[in-house]
Design a protein around this ligand. Structure first.
Ligand SMILES: CC(C)(COP(=O)(O)OP(=O)(O)OC[C@H]1O[C@@H](n2cnc3c(N)ncnc32)[C@H](O)[C@@H]1OP(=O)(O)O)[C@@H](O)C(=O)NCCC(=O)NCCS
Length: 196
């Protein structure tokens, strides 16, 4: 069994805290490296796949990501990095003035700390910079966390795609955000279904 001091250190590392060792060998915590964003590259895919598999009942294959990165001229994917470690990612297709979000996931141990929020903001920023005026995405009605995140960002539900998800045959809720970059959205945000 681990001694408490060691466990504290491991928990700190899990939370992304770097460690320093003082001259007497005592552990000292310091601020975690800041999270930065970068274009997703093929070299990120093993870490992306690890997150993908932990995030979805029917994960995308590595080949699907590879095809997005190398074959799809409309695709734009970002990773959130701490050092060289991928903590989360998001992707979208930029088609004329519309951005269609295709994927967004955060490492389970990093959830609930604002990272999903930051990745979505980064996608919106990049889409707006690329000339997109609107953003759309599909979400499962049962995914209360994602729906709350999208509502917070001003996405509004504007329709359903019946049986969209082939694994559970769930409908997809189609959400839109207009006026990308202005911080304004049309209509009322949908209320989250489940309180935290
Ligand atoms: C959805 C996901 C990306 C959110 O990432 P995250 O880093 O945990 O989210 P954040 O900490 O940035 O939270 C942002 C907002 O999401 C919502 N949210 C986050 N955790 C929540 C929870 N446990 N319950 C309800 N809402 C929650 C809140 O609106 C929150 O804003 P607030 O903190 O101001 O209340 C993450 O849960 C995930 O990877 N899920 C699995 C993959 C997935 O479902 N992707 C979306 C597919 S449509």
């Amino acid at each position: 069994m681990l001694r408490p001091a060691r466990r504290t250190l491991q928990a700190a590392e899990g939370a992304g805290w770097d460690r320093l060792r003082g001259v007497a060998g005592t552990a000292v915590e310091r601020e975690p490296e800041p999270v930065r964003f970068a274009d997703m590259q093929v070299r990120h895919l093993s870490m992306v796949m690890d997150i993908e598999r932990r995030s979805y009942p029917t994960p995308w294959s590595e080949r699907a990501f590879l095809s997005e990165l190398t074959q799809n001229a409309y695709a734009h994917y970002v990773v959130a990095l701490r050092g060289i470690r991928v903590l989360g990612y998001g992707g979208m297709w930029l088609i004329l003035d519309e951005a269609h979000v295709t994927n967004l996931a955060v490492l389970p141990a990093e959830r609930g700390r604002g990272l999903g929020d930051r990745i979505l903001t980064e996608l919106e920023r990049r889409a707006a910079a690329g000339g997109c005026r609107r953003m759309t995405l599909e979400v499962r009605p049962t995914n209360a966390v994602a729906r709350a995140l999208y509502a917070k960002h001003g996405f509004v539900a504007r329709g359903r795609r019946p049986g969209y998800y082939s694994d559970t045959h769930e409908d997809a809720i189609v959400m839109w955000k207009d006026d990308l970059g202005s911080g304004e959205a049309e209509g009322e945000p949908t209320a989250p279904e489940v309180p935290r």
